[in-house]
Design a protein around this ligand. Structure first.
Ligand SMILES: [Zn+2]
Length: 403
């Protein structure tokens, strides 16, 4: 469970560069020089086992500058890139001439002209940006001090400009929207909204072979998988996740509610006390859900919407009205799309039922001073020990006024 608040949220704004033909080789030469520098620096760092920026700088700055012909600040950025990369990933691959880190001294955004100035090996060059209103709005009034220049496989050039977006303060709110991820639909909320997975199923099937090959479970494997997936599927998923997260955050903002998700990062067999099902594995390993949560988190941060994570145990099996789990081990009141409680007779869409449970857990996380909403009793998750209504908001309000 985590509750995070920031005064600003750093995001990167992706802008396409208009590059005249004669400048393409200048950019490419700089990209190549930067990759060469990174590879040389990495070799030294590995040989000397030196991962301190200042110490490494003393060792490599001069020889690397002479060998590559890069500008001073390019070399400094290459050192940072190598150390940052080594800390982030276990296995550093060879650096390829596809990206260049820029800082205050090698990059400038000129808002009036919709232009960026970029220092290349041959000196400072100006490039026009091809951007739309979305990027314009994010860049308005900003004086960004960091950016990354990228070259795509197709040979297009992009610049990712880092900007700090001020965030609205997040306030505690008794309302919680629960979001259930990736069972039948991509996402289902406790308010009854859902985003269907059907439209992307076809695209997914084509790549199921790639997925079947991926065995390990950690986030690193998600990143590896992401690289293996084709650009098209990745772009489509990203577009979808942007839309879903935008809608979720807007709804939470306008309804003055907190968003609650299951914490799927640490699902262990012991939590469910049975072997992890195919669905559970898919839900915890899937980078698409990971990306959706990331998008929600940063958009929520900007909008001042609180995002919380709740334990995922039993959310799909508990009745959201009477909070009973099927008494027979291995059996569930849930069957496919529908949930029918054998205890109180409550019938509902299974995913919405799960989302309602997530929302209720969220209420208890968000308002720990309210007693008795969620407790773990003899391995069974019990929400609202006394019988509540179907409507959690109402149940919550009733309880509040009773306290
Ligand atoms: Zn029930």
């Amino acid at each position: 469970m985590s509750i995070q608040r920031y005064a600003v949220q750093t995001i990167s704004v992706k802008c396409k560069l208009q590059v005249p033909v004669e400048l393409r080789q200048e950019i490419d030469a700089t990209l190549q020089g930067f990759a060469d520098a990174c590879n040389q620096i990495y070799e030294v760092a590995k040989r000397e086992n030196c991962w301190n920026t200042t110490k490494l700088h003393h060792q490599v700055y001069k020889p690397v500058r002479e060998a590559t012909g890069l500008k001073a600040n390019h070399v400094c950025q290459a050192i940072r890139r190598v150390i940052g990369n080594a800390k982030a990933v276990k296995q550093v691959h060879k650096f390829r001439p596809t990206s260049l880190n820029l800082d205050l001294r090698t990059f400038q955004y000129i808002e009036d002209l919709q232009t960026v100035g970029i220092t290349l090996m041959c000196g400072r060059k100006k490039f026009k940006l091809s951007i739309g209103n979305y990027q314009l709005a994010l860049l308005r009034g900003q004086s960004p001090t960091a950016a990354t220049l990228n070259k795509t496989k197709r040979g297009d050039y992009y610049i990712n400009i880092c900007v700090d977006i001020p965030t609205d303060p997040t306030g505690k709110t008794p309302k919680v929207i629960g979001v259930d991820l990736g069972r039948r639909d991509i996402a289902t909320t406790s308010t009854g909204q859902s985003w269907s997975g059907e439209q992307i199923q076809n695209t997914r099937d084509r790549y199921s072979k790639v997925r079947a090959n991926v065995q390990s479970k950690r986030t690193r494997s998600s990143r590896r998988l992401m690289r293996r997936l084709s650009g098209r599927e990745r772009r489509f998923q990203k577009w979808l996740n942007h839309n879903i997260s935008k809608q979720l955050v807007q709804d939470a903002k306008s309804g003055n509610a907190t968003l609650a998700f299951e914490d799927l990062t640490n699902i262990r067999e012991s939590l469910n006390q049975k072997p992890r099902s195919k669905t559970e594995r898919r839900r915890s390993n899937n980078w698409a859900f990971y990306q959706l949560r990331l998008f929600v988190e940063y958009k929520a941060n900007i909008a001042g919407v609180l995002v919380i994570f709740v334990p995922p145990a039993y959310t799909s099996q508990t009745c959201s009205r009477c909070h009973q789990v099927h008494p027979v081990k291995g059996k569930s009141y849930r069957s496919g799309k529908s949930f029918k409680c054998g205890h109180c007779g409550f019938e509902h869409d299974a995913d919405i039922n799960a989302a309602l449970n997530i929302a209720a857990l969220g209420v208890s996380v968000n308002n720990p001073e309210v007693p008795g909403i969620a407790c773990l009793l003899s391995g069974q998750l019990s929400l609202f020990p006394t019988t509540g209504g179907e409507n959690w908001d109402k149940a919550y309000t009733d309880r509040r006024s009773a306290v």
